[in-house]
Design a protein around this ligand. Structure first.
Ligand code: SDX
Length: 428
């Protein structure tokens, strides 16, 4: 990164701070040495703060650009596949055929989970939200691999990545099958990654499963669209957990917890609930009015983004995928899709949304698409977590492999009580 400096003057002192330039000429001021001068900055929600240097994903929010290791998401979604994108995110380059075959073989041979893992599900009520089950079961993976994992070993980090990428579809499908009371379906090596997931979700022990290549391709593309997104809340959670040297399975479990919130990965589930609540195009103005009303906690779910102040490129691809799936299995005139498209059209002409640069994000159409694939609403974020695991583990590995990486330990603006002496009970 190229350097120049910024001057910070206050309390009759002037500090010179280095400025770094990104690959795309973004300028970032390095404030890391301020603490040694007894000076701290505050930035709730990290709106203006970068937490790290990374080479994995780049977002140009103003222009709606998303690059995985420099490759545009549009090209990867159209020409690549999820496991190839996993290799790219983990290793920094697209694989040769031999590298791809080896990677796919490694993932395929790690898809099963230890038989003891089946016991963890029995502790949950059948109607437990699948995300609650996934947080617990993925965290439990650390119990199976903790002692065989030295995070300073590149080989061990690679095996942990294989295990997580391979086992997440198996665990995600188990969460669904447990919820429905259906028997778990074991992964089948004859199927590719997305096909195997749909088999474990919807296959039956009583009948031969017939895969649908168009639906498998759509599922695979949805995984690619959700694979990584630089320092979002859940990825930052994984990095912060990993900065203490914690087991990567426990770190991924922490990321799943962060993803669950409706402001983040839980939004896809919330979008469908919102569309069902709106019900009819005639009620759109009423809900847009609520979204504009600061006294009303209602927000237009699937709209807005911390970084994108333009159309989320993933949302466009997701809308096309939605058409494809509905054409294949549903009805292009699906009333919920029609309602979503009308809502998008009206919102994008509404000054409140235009002035704040609020556009549809990846979650706006994903729920409708997943629904059309037969996936229940409470599984949407589970699928987001499945797909994002490669991003989480890529960032974890990038951080842990940095020589001398530091534990994350933010400071605070304290505005609580002044120092005071303890008061005994009889004097209170
Ligand atoms: C994901 O970070 C990532 O990269 C996340 C993600 C990934 O791949 O990891 O892209 C996935 O989480 C996508 C976002 C999914 N969430 C939603 O769709 C929930 C609805 N969106 C909002 O909650 C909101 O837009 C956020 C949380 C996504 C972003 O919030 P910010 O950056 O804190 O923005 P803000 O709250 O400062 O909003 C700026 C203004 C505010 O109004 P003013 O105070 O300026 O008057 O826009 C308003 C907000 O009230 N606003 C909305 C709105 N989103 C922002 N008003 C109504 N409806 C909305 N959806």
């Amino acid at each position: 990164m190229g350097n120049n400096t910024a001057k910070l003057s206050f309390n009759d002192q002037t500090l010179e701070l280095p400025i770094y330039k990104s690959t795309f000429d973004d300028q970032l001021i390095d404030i890391s040495q301020l603490g040694k001068q007894g000076v701290f900055t505050i930035d709730p929600g990290f709106v203006s703060t970068a937490s790290c240097e990374s080479k994995i994903t780049y977002i140009d929010g103003a222009n709606g650009v998303l690059l995985y290791r420099g490759y545009p998401i549009e090209q990867l979604a159209a020409k690549s596949d999820y496991l190839e994108v996993c290799y790219l995110l983990l290793n920094g380059e697209l694989p040769t055929q031999a590298e791809k075959d080896d990677f796919v073989n490694n993932i395929t041979n790690h898809t099963m989970v230890h038989q003891q893992m089946f016991q963890f599900f029995n502790g949950f009520r059948r109607d437990a939200h699948p995300m609650a089950v996934m947080v617990g079961v993925v965290g439990a993976l650390s119990a199976f691999y903790h002692d065989s994992l030295n995070i300073s070993s590149a080989k061990h980090r690679e095996i942990a990545a294989y295990r997580l990428i391979a086992k997440m579809p198996t665990i995600a499908a188990m969460c669904y099958r447990y919820y429905t009371g259906l028997p778990f379906m074991h992964p089948q090596n004859e199927y590719d990654y997305a096909e195997n997931f749909l088999y474990m979700m919807f296959g039956m022990p009583t009948t031969k499963w017939v895969s649908n290549p168009i639906l498998s391709r759509a599922m695979d593309r949805i995984f690619t669209l959700h694979a990584d997104h630089e320092q979002n809340a859940s990825t930052s959670t994984v990095r912060l957990a990993g900065s203490s040297g914690a087991n990567p399975f426990a770190c991924i479990s922490a990321g799943i917890g962060a993803l669950w919130g409706p402001a983040h990965g839980g939004a896809n589930e919330a979008v469908l609930s919102m569309l069902n609540e709106i019900g009819d195009v005639t009620r759109i103005p009423e809900f847009l009015k609520r979204a504009r009303d600061k006294s009303d906690p209602f927000r237009l779910m699937g709209f807005g983004h911390r970084v994108y102040k333009n159309y989320d490129p993933r949302a466009k691809i997701m809308r096309e995928t939605c058409y494809e799936v509905l054409e294949q299995v549903g009805d292009k005139n699906d009333p919920i899709l029609k309602l979503a498209m009308e809502l998008e059209k009206i919102a994008l002409e509404d000054d409140y949304f235009v002035d704040r640069k609020l556009y549809p994000n990846v979650d706006f159409y994903s729920g409708i698409t997943l629904s059309a694939l037969g996936i229940p609403t409470n599984m949407f974020t589970v699928i987001f977590a499945l797909a994002r695991t490669v991003g989480w583990i890529s960032h974890w590995s990038e951080m842990v492999s940095e020589p001398g990486f530091k534990i994350g330990r933010p400071r605070q603006l304290y505005t609580g009580s002044d120092k005071r002496d303890f008061m005994s009970l009889d004097k209170r």
